[in-house]
Write a protein of this length. Structure first.
Length: 53
């Protein structure tokens, strides 16, 4: 049950941060780089909560 809550919180957090990055007044290349970094951090966090890492 704790893993499910952790996964849900991680997915919601990544979605909110990606939404906020989309609204930043920065260059599209920088937005894309920020989104890639956020997705990598999100995947690592999900793998960590599943016990893979």
């Amino acid at each position: 049950m704790t893993a499910a809550i952790s996964i849900l919180v991680t997915v919601l957090f990544v979605a909110v941060v990606l939404y906020l990055v989309q609204n930043l007044p920065i260059d599209s290349t920088m937005k894309q780089m920020a989104q890639i970094v956020i997705l990598i951090i999100g995947v690592v966090s999900l793998l960590n909560s599943l016990g893979v890492i």
